[in-house]
Design a protein around this ligand. Structure first.
Ligand code: NAD
Length: 355
């Protein structure tokens, strides 16, 4: 299939195909937009049933990165790389170096980092041959710390808009998933005086939450339907679907997990039931935001200008309020409103010339 016919093609600026026979490397880099600045996006390393699906993934994920960065107020565009193949079978130091040399060839319009199947250690190998990588251990550190901080700013907006609350004292949060982000979110909420209901497939984590936070533990199959002020999905995607959406009893849903809505229709059910949904790619942008420092230090970026990390993280609060107010006014779901604002930002005047 030709790129131009793909349903995921959205006038992407540049798509590169790389192959290196010696290391079995086959990679696609899609640059959706550099209107707001150099494109940034991680590298996904996985097998795909067909090459067309790999291309679709690169096209779709790179556009999502444009939206995410625009709404985070970053002077960045959107891009994404995929390496086709099972990383357990073909990942090697030589392959990573070959990939790094290809990324270097693209130059200062794209930088990449970790994603599914691609670790910080892999990024560091690439760094030996290209400066165009972010998220090494020398950068802003573990992105989940910043993602959790961003989620907290987002939860402030949700609590204020939906529940008229200025603090979390005495509110009840149902946290689904106590991993790198979820645990930190739970910790912050506990410190702020909130009550916690938690679920995780890892019983050790829920037991610890019970001991440390006095949390109530729920079955992983039931937590979405628990009575709480805010449901905070921090585990899997697709948790809000046509069968779970009618069961939600929380007043709002806001958490770190990617792609929480299985479909736009699930978002419509929430809106019809007056359950406020915080678009996940807006509230979970803290990790991407924390990579901005690395982007600033890349060659050819002398006029790259971004606000300090704390300021950028705090913007999540204001951006979500803007989305909620506008979605109410225009009678759209918050997700649809977020997409519309992202498009407007990308299509409006560029943030700054960078090339
Ligand atoms: P993680 O792997 O550290 O944590 C996930 C947690 O969810 C684990 O404790 C796991 O046991 C638990 N879990 C798995 N299946 C579950 C289920 N069915 N029910 C309840 N718990 C379950 O991942 P993370 O880094 O904390 O990320 C969490 C989510 O946030 C993911 O969807 C991720 O894509 C998204 N996200 C993370 C970041 C980041 O900076 N780490 C940034 C943006 C988005």
């Amino acid at each position: 299939m030709s790129i131009w016919q793909s349903e995921e093609f959205d006038n992407h600026e540049q798509v590169c195909f790389f192959s290196d026979q010696e290391t079995n490397l086959r990679a696609i880099v899609a640059i959706h937009s550099t209107a707001r600045g150099p494109a940034a996006g991680g590298t996904r390393f996985k097998s795909y049933p067909t090459d067309d699906l790999a291309l679709d993934d690169a096209l779709r994920l790179s556009r999502a990165m444009s939206y995410k960065s625009a709404l985070a107020g970053l002077p960045l565009g959107g891009g994404k790389a995929v390496i086709i193949g099972d990383p357990r079978e073909i990942k090697s130091r030589e392959l990573l170096l070959a990939f790094g040399r290809f990324i270097d060839r693209i130059g200062n319009v794209f930088a990449t980092g970790e994603d599914v199947g691609f670790s910080v250690a892999d990024v560091e190998v690439m760094h030996e041959v290209t400066p165009y990588v972010g998220g090494t251990s020398k950068g802003a550190g573990d992105p989940s710390i910043h993602t959790a901080t961003g989620v907290l700013h987002g939860l402030r907006a949700v609590a204020e808009f939906r529940l008229g609350r200025k603090n979390f004292e005495g509110m009840t949060f149902a946290v689904q998933g106590l991993g790198s982000v979820g645990w930190r979110v739970a910790q912050h909420l506990h410190d702020a005086g909130a009550e916690l209901i938690v679920a995780d497939v890892d019983a050790e984590r829920t037991t610890r939450a019970q001991e440390i936070f006095g949390a109530t533990v729920m079955d992983t199959n039931d937590i979405h339907a628990v009575e709480a002020d805010i449901l905070c999905p921090c585990a899997l995607g697709g948790v809000i679907n046509m069968s779970t959406a009618p069961q939600i009893r929380a007043q709002a849903i806001a958490g770190a997990a990617n792609n929480q809505l299985a479909s736009p229709e699930a978002g419509v059910i929430l809106a019809d039931r007056n359950i406020l949904f915080a678009p996940d790619y807006v509230i979970n942008a803290g990790g991407v935001i924390s990579g901005v420092e690395a982007m600033q230090n890349m060659p050819g970026r002398s006029n790259f200008d971004a606000a300090p990390l704390e300021v950028l993280l705090e913007k999540i609060y204001g951006r979500l309020l803007e989305i909620f107010v506008r979605s109410e006014k225009e009678n759209l779901t918050p997700e649809a409103t977020a997409n519309a604002i992202a498009k407007e930002l990308i299509e409006s005047k560029p943030v700054k010339e960078f090339a």
